[in-house]
Ligand binder design. Sequence first.
Ligand code: SF4
Length: 93
Amino acid sequence: MNMTGISKCNMSTCAYNKEGSCHTLGITVGPHAECNTYVHASSRGGFPEVTGGIGACLASNCKFNSKLECQATKVDVAIDDKHADCKTFQSKK
Ligand code: SF4
């Protein structure tokens, strides 16, 4: 089983974001498909050579979610008001 990668994230105020990409090993996606790893900080986090992935996903009503793990090939994360959301989310119903 491979970790699902994050193809892009435009949450530029996040400490893990650089040039439209996430650079922490694994984010946690919350029950409403929000990125729970977002952190607003002046210092940068993560490693430039790392491309982010989905460590865990609590959005159990997403059709790509199985046993609280993401099974999508890749996901996009994007700004939604003051937080970031998984834009690959698709409701099971
Ligand atoms: S695609 Fe669905 S299962 Fe995967 S991270 Fe996004 S909300 Fe979670």
